[in-house]
Design a protein around this ligand. Structure first.
Ligand code: PLP
Length: 394
């Protein structure tokens, strides 16, 4: 008899978004005419920008033409897109070779698949509260998880301590769910730790495009020494609205080696075995994001989300509520009112002001007592939700 991967039995039931949708459904059944202000799920609301749409149309036409038609794409990504992304890093002072860049179907796929590079007996350090996929991917892979709690005392950005041990270290900045962003000094400490202990940092840069403050690092490779201890996983989902279109990229510098093995070479071998590349059409659409026109258009869209964050932050400031995030990040992480746990606060917001957010407890035990708002909604709804929230909290 075949034995399935018994690690699946160790997964905790993921109640978070299921519970939210059940509660919302029940409310809607009782109040069919109520308008709901949805600031829960981190999905974008604006359509793809014109430059991307034009490139996608052209790519579809290419596939109808015997000369311009593309069959299988190179497994690690179209050379032109790998060059484009390397040049994008170059424009920020990071020297990469196109071979350091792997085109992917998005960050989620990579966050799970990348564990193929590491021994199953190793440990993964996950800062909590955390994006739930980090924990689940490691449970499925059978790796030991070291939970590093964070809180208000360290701005939800802990540093490595004397007793920190981990083979693989997950860092996410700007962070989901807390919106906290590592500064150069703290990231330098993690890079120093990883090099000293021969660990590897998995840096999730899915929200890098939300960083406006030029003193904050957008990329782990802005930190000297990161090329020998880090892998960066990035996505066009939030940067350019590709949540439903699917495109991301992973950077593994050739200089990253452990036990005499080059992780870049290993990932080439992995991709050429396990994938047949990302669709030509999507890669052509993705390349348009990096053109001057595409960059201008995506930043016009990002400005709308950033304004949403500003509107919500002003309301929380007027109500004297503690929060972090919102600046350089699309998430706002607020303290629930004294004595209210995060699910009770969820119920109160839904029932009293029809605003939907995400209870902090869903991101790990130390998220209890906090609440996450996503700022990817439409501006009118965000303004009204902010007005209602302020009135409720004052
Ligand atoms: N990483 C973080 C921190 C996220 O919040 C998300 C999506 O919400 C992802 C990765 C997944 O991104 P993708 O859509 O590229 O799979």
């Amino acid at each position: 008899m075949i034995t399935p991967n018994m690690n699946y039995a160790n997964l905790k039931d993921s109640y978070l978004f299921y519970n939210i949708s059940q509660k919302v459904k029940a409310y809607q059944q009782e109040h069919p005419d109520a308008h709901l202000y949805r600031m829960g799920i981190g999905d974008v609301s604006l359509p793809l920008c014109d430059a991307v749409i034009k490139a996608l149309h052209e790519a579809v036409d290419d596939q109808a033409d015997a000369v311009r038609f593309h069959g299988y794409m190179p497994e690690c990504g179209a050379p032109v897109l790998r060059e484009t992304i390397a040049a994008y890093y170059g424009s920020r002072g990071i020297a990469l070779s196109p071979e350091d860049v792997f085109v992917s179907s998005g960050a989620s796929d990579e966050l799970g698949d990348i564990l193929d590079l590491f021994d199953r007996g190793g440990s993964s350090l996950i800062i909590e509260p955390a994006y739930p996929a980090y924990v689940d991917a490691n449970v499925i892979a059978g790796r030991k998880i070291i939970h590093l709690p964070s809180g208000r005392e360290n701005g939800f950005l802990p540093e490595p301590g004397e007793d920190t041990v981990a083979d693989l270290i997950y860092l996410c900045s700007p962070n989901n769910p807390t919106g906290a962003v590592f500064d150069r000094e703290k990231l330098t400490k993690w890079v120093g730790f990883a090099n000293a202990h021969e660990s590897i940092i998995l840096f999730d840069a899915a929200y890098e495009a939300f960083i406006d403050d030029p003193t904050l690092p957008r990329r782990i490779f802005e930190i000297p020494g990161a090329e020998t201890c880090a892998i960066e996983i990035c996505s066009l989902s939030k940067t350019a609205g590709f949540t439903g279109t699917r495109l991301g990229y992973t950077v593994i510098p050739k200089a990253l080696k452990r036990n005499g093995m080059c992780l870049n070479d290993m990932w080439v071998r992995n991709r050429t075995t396990k994938t047949n590349g990302v669709s030509y059409i999507i890669q052509k659409g993705g390349a348009a994001v990096f053109t001057p026109e595409g960059q201008k258009q995506i930043h016009d869209n990002l400005r709308i989300y950033k304004n949403n964050a500003a509107v919500l932050m002003e309301a929380l400031d007027r109500a004297s509520v503690w929060y972090c995030g919102g600046k350089n990040s699309p998430y706002i992480w607020m303290r629930c009112p004294e004595g209210t746990d995060s699910w009770a606060f969820f119920d109160r917001l839904l029932n009293e002001i029809q605003v939907i957010g995400t209870p902090g407890a869903g991101f790990g035990a130390c998220g209890e007592g906090y609440f996450r708002f996503s700022t990817f909604g439409n501006p009118e709804d965000t303004k009204e939700a902010a007005r209602r929230l302020e009135a409720l909290l004052k």
